[in-house]
Design a protein. Structure first.
Length: 347
């Protein structure tokens, strides 16, 4: 009876894949591709828990909300930190892409590599409460990114992918359709924002917000020396007087501000290579290391990592959407790729 009910529930529903990231949520709809990209932020009323805004509109509220309203990032370091808000946020996104169709969609949702059974169940429960059909399947992010990058993961050949997201950097060596060695490193794009914010505060006594730090990273920060360095004017609040102040900072200084975190990412990549079988490392040296995720878009990141690790890095096409596309392809070719999915722990 349960199987019949599930079949009826899914009759008109569209299968969806969700890259539920610390900074951004991307949704792929079967036969339609990527249809949604929104910040993983929700604004809620503190006393009632009522959802007031989600995504871009909620992100604009960060640092600007009045008393009684808070803008929440319900994921930290790739894991759910606020279950209730995460469920409401995901439900909103599902309704937005599902176009009021009857039935519950089958869902594949991404999770960091090495996810624990407790974390896996939390992700699946969030998806189920948000409106997904049981069972909810989970795919580990490095595998999804590799599939999205077009890597032939089933081959008896080693491939390495580094996915630099907002909350985690996923590093994995893949062969024969599975992860051989991996590490979910909780240092990524958000940490670069914090490093920039702390640098400006320490060196110039200037307080800037999260969103300003993110803009500085995107526009004025590079991981590798520029042909022509620039100076840029940064507006913030003087920490001493409390008044608005503009300071001029060079792109070279911002590069120095993020050097520590990106050096640590390079060190984590080397540690995964050290743990990998020699035959697979030889394959990786021949093909290079694939670079995915929004963090890979930082200017000069591939050049910096190539210099630090000693193996060429190649940024894949559409790095920001690789995980969502790979998850979506597991739906498009479900019978072929079902083996890479983790089924519901309740099944």
């Amino acid at each position: 009876m349960a199987r019949v009910a599930n079949s009826v529930a899914g009759l008109f529903a569209r299968d969806i894949a969700v890259d539920l990231g610390t900074s951004t949520t991307v949704i792929y709809v079967r036969s339609a591709g990527v249809v949604l990209e929104e910040p993983s932020v929700a604004a809620v009323h503190e006393s009632t828990g009522r959802l007031l805004a989600v995504g871009r509109s909620a992100k604009e509220m960060i640092g600007r909300t009045p008393m009684g309203i808070r803008a929440v990032r319900p994921l930290r370091g790739g894991t759910i930190s606020d279950f209730s808000v995460c469920e409401k946020m995901l439900r909103y996104f599902i309704r937005k892409v599902h176009n009021s169709r009857p039935g519950k969609p089958r869902m594949v949702i991404c999770a960091p590599s090495g996810i624990t059974p407790v974390e896996q169940r939390a992700v699946q429960e969030v998806a189920e409460y948000a409106g997904a059909r049981k069972p909810v399947f989970i795919i580990e992010e490095p595998l999804a990114a590799a599939i999205g990058a077009g890597i032939q993961i089933a081959e008896a050949r080693g491939s390495m992918i580094v996915d630099i997201g907002g909350g985690t950097t996923e590093i994995a060596v893949i062969s024969l359709g599975g992860i051989v060695v991996s590490r979910s490193f909780r240092l990524a794009g958000d940490d670069l924002d914090r490093s920039i914010k702390e640098f400006v505060d320490k060196e110039y006594a200037l307080d800037v917000g999260e969103q300003t730090a993110e803009v500085i990273k995107a526009k004025y920060t590079s991981a590798w020396p520029l042909t022509e360095e620039m100076n840029c004017d940064i507006l913030g609040r003087d920490r001493r007087s409390g008044l608005p102040k503009t300071v001029t900072i060079s792109t070279k200084e911002f590069r120095g501000a993020i050097y520590g975190p990106i050096r640590d990412i390079a060190s984590a990549i080397r540690s995964v290579l050290d743990e990998s079988p020699p035959e697979l490392v030889a394959d990786v040296m021949e093909s290079g290391i694939y670079l995915a995720g929004g963090g890979s878009l930082l200017l000069g990141m591939a050049e910096f990592l190539t210099s630090e690790v000693g193996i060429p890095f190649r940024r894949i096409k559409n790095p920001r959407y690789a995980v969502a596309i790979g998850s979506g392809l597991s739906l498009e070719e479900f019978s072929v790729l079902k083996s890479v999915l983790l089924p519901s722990s309740s099944e």
